[in-house]
Design a protein around this ligand. Structure first.
Ligand code: DAH
Length: 322
């Protein structure tokens, strides 16, 4: 029995055959068309049968906490026929697409990092209490699964510094998976996604940053938004801000206004951060921001529990399957 994807490929091939009809002698067209229709119905039926059979498969959830011999009783994985893209990956593609449409380059974040990129290159003084604020995991060897995508700032600045020398600007967005050693509840996960933005030129200002952020959020949510900032603190920006949007009625807001949601942290890149990457802070200035993708997606779809994203619950994932 061919797989669902093979059947779908056959159907596609068959559909292409219909184009031949118009070039055929008139007396042959009817028979050829009929023959195609019969074949097509057969394949459509086979796909429906295969999909029904797939629905009936009993999927026994894996007990990931049970001890077992890793080499024996290996679990049977579902075939790719039944799979679909994870909703966070679909949304991440959307986020990347918006930044690309605004002229940003994309650089993917690393998943294992070190003390230098997590703290030193971001102007966290040695022993500064702000280091403790990030609840990092650590490997025995002292590596750090990044607690935010800001660990990429130093790499972005160094990799793109040549653009400044060429008289161009740096505009890079960095999506990535990040990790924090915190208690998990409906709004906190130990594993989640962020996207960082880094922008450097000779003349850019906080006003430019707010314009970019407004454009991004209005494109992502497909509507005009009210935005505001409030003071924040990050060692790698000066001044530091929190960026908020007002929850519109279309996204579950009360419709009366005043429903402000903090979407990300941002600010002007600290001169020390530029200096450490070899960029002259007396000549260039920049701004940066970083915020959670999970939260962005939850607002878009009215989702209440961030844990669903990492839970592998098929019922949840199927709602987004396409
Ligand atoms: N990395 C910060 C966090 O996860 C957010 C952030 C703040 C990113 C300011 C930035 C920034 O790039 O400039 O809490």
């Amino acid at each position: 029995m061919p797989s669902i994807s093979e059947l779908k490929a056959q159907l596609k091939q068959l559909n292409a055959e219909y184009a031949k009809i118009k070039d055929m002698p008139a007396e042959k067209r009817a028979d050829f068309g009929k023959e195609l229709n019969v074949k097509k119905q057969k394949i459509i039926q086979q796909i429906a049968d295969a999909e029904n059979a797939a629905q009936d498969v009993d999927i026994v959830p894996l007990d990931i906490t049970a001890s077992r011999d890793i080499n024996a009783d290996a679990p049977e994985f579902l075939t790719a026929d039944f799979g679909s893209q994870h909703p966070l990956m679909t949304e991440l593609d959307r986020v990347i697409g918006i930044y690309q449409s605004m002229g940003f380059d994309i650089m993917e974040s690393v998943q294992l990092d070190d003390e230098y990129h997590m703290f030193d290159s971001l102007n966290f003084a040695k022993g500064h209490p702000a280091r403790d604020g990030y609840d990092t995991f650590r490997t025995k060897e002292g590596f750090i699964p990044p607690a935010h995508t800001s660990t990429m700032q130093h790499r972005v600045l160094k990799a793109y510094k040549h653009k400044l020398d060429e008289g161009k600007i740096i505009a890079v967005a960095v999506p990535g998976r990040v990790y924090r050693n915190e208690d998990v509840d409906a709004t906190h996960e130990h594993t989640f996604y962020q996207c960082e933005g880094v922008y450097v030129s000779e003349t850019c200002t906080l006003g430019n940053m707010l314009g970019i952020l407004r454009e991004f959020f209005e494109k992502y949510y497909g509507q005009k938004l009210n935005i505001k900032t409030q003071p924040g603190y990050f060692p790698f920006t000066e001044p530091s801000l929190e960026f908020l949007i007002e929850k519109p009625a279309a996204l579950g807001g009360k419709g009366k206004g005043g429903d402000w949601l903090e979407m990300l942290g941002c600010g002007m890149i600290h001169p020390n951060v530029l200096k450490m990457a070899g960029i002259d802070p007396t000549k260039y200035q920049g701004f940066a921001w970083g915020g959670g993708i999970d939260r962005l997606v939850m607002l878009r779809y009215g989702l209440g529990d961030v844990r669903n994203f990492e839970s592998a619950k098929l019922d949840f994932l199927k709602e987004f399957a396409c």
